[in-house]
Design a protein around this ligand. Structure first.
Ligand SMILES: [Zn+2]
Length: 344
């Protein structure tokens, strides 16, 4: 292929210094057309994730400069791929992979040795014009606004793979989302409801409990000692599936909340690494602990189809693109529920 897989052009939000949101500046980069197999897209909206905060503070150990944002949506400007034409409305699969290795050919892009998330290990979507492989481009569901389309990719793909592929949630089962008011948490609540599960959630913030209930969570609990509430709410049985992105602070409670044969999925350890895993709790009750991060292109296709079928991502706040540093600073306050999106 030659050259970077993701090429950001025109006005770009570039992380230049590991000092937090103030280290992101608007810079202009040269424009060029797509090579064969690539598509150039005029970005209409770019979604931010907590990952961007880790990148701009230097916590991810990636080197600047980097155009931020895993998530984006826009209009095809020119195409080097016969599948896309100027004017097509699209959103981006937020993962870069080699597309050629045995793992990629099996559809396991998350196992590719060159797996990378846009805006982290490659440039991202917060720019005026982006050229990327045609494999990263999917049709935008007409039912989604630009901000909603840009809210969908990374957090919802992460939750989708955890719930659908890894934990094999069935309609009628009960799903517990630990940390329900985070980005992956709200995605998991909305996806669980969309798939016909009974959804329980926890949140540290009493103010956010009502919002989670409005999204469809049947019961919302506080974050300390929540397994007692979960067992009460399930007649002592526990839940079939747990989504936990919090880590050390909640993982033992997540295990306690699972029914015999339950599946406990983890995609994050923001509260620290789990220590003192209670193994009898796992083997006596035949629990599965399933690790997951991001998702494959096939899972993204299923997610986009679900969005066309009524799954609607939650957008907390929209910022104009030039206010990208303000948007990142807002994200650090963690007062929002739903995604923070930049619109062009
Ligand atoms: Zn590969």
């Amino acid at each position: 292929m030659g050259g970077p897989a993701i090429l950001c052009q025109g006005r770009c939000a570039v992380w230049e210094e590991p000092i937090g949101p103030a280290g992101v500046r608007l810079r202009d980069r040269a424009k060029s057309g797509p090579a064969p197999g690539q598509v150039s897209v005029r970005v209409r909206a770019a979604g931010l994730n907590h990952l961007d905060l880790w990148v701009v503070t230097g916590a991810q150990r990636v080197q600047p400069p980097r155009v931020i944002a895993a998530d984006g949506a826009g209009v095809v400007e020119s195409s080097g791929d016969p599948g896309w034409r100027p004017g097509d409305e699209v959103l981006f699969y937020p993962v870069s992979a080699c597309w050629r290795c045995e793992r990629c050919r099996r559809g396991e892009h998350v196992h590719c040795a060159r797996f990378a998330v846009l805006g982290e290990h490659s440039d991202g979507a917060a720019c005026e014009l982006v050229t990327l492989p045609a494999q990263n481009v999917y049709p935008k569901p007409a039912s989604l606004s630009w901000a909603e389309a840009a809210a969908l990719p990374l957090a919802y793909l992460t939750a989708w793979r955890m719930i659908v592929t890894r934990a094999r949630l069935s309609p009628g089962e009960t799903l517990l989302v630990v940390g329900g008011s985070g980005a992956v948490g709200t995605a998991a609540v909305l996806i669980g409801c969309h798939l016909g599960a009974r959804v329980l959630a926890t949140t540290r913030s009493g103010a956010k409990a009502g919002a989670l209930a409005a999204m469809g969570a049947d019961r919302v609990f506080g974050s300390s000692g929540f397994s007692r509430d979960v067992l009460d709410a399930t007649d002592g049985r526990g839940v079939d599936v747990v989504v936990d992105h919090v880590g050390a602070a909640t993982f033992d409670e997540s295990l306690r909340s699972a029914a015999p044969g339950g599946r406990v999925t983890t995609c994050g350890a923001t509260s620290g690494l789990v220590t003192g895993l209670n193994l009898p709790r796992v083997f006596v009750r035949h629990l599965e602990i399933l690790g997951s991060t991001a998702g494959n292109a096939g899972e993204f296709a299923s997610l986009v189809a679900a969005a066309g079928d009524g799954l609607r991502p939650a957008v907390a706040k929209v910022f104009p693109f030039p206010l990208v540093a303000d948007a990142l600073a807002f994200l650090t306050t963690a007062t929002q529920i739903g995604k923070v999106v930049l619109v062009m």
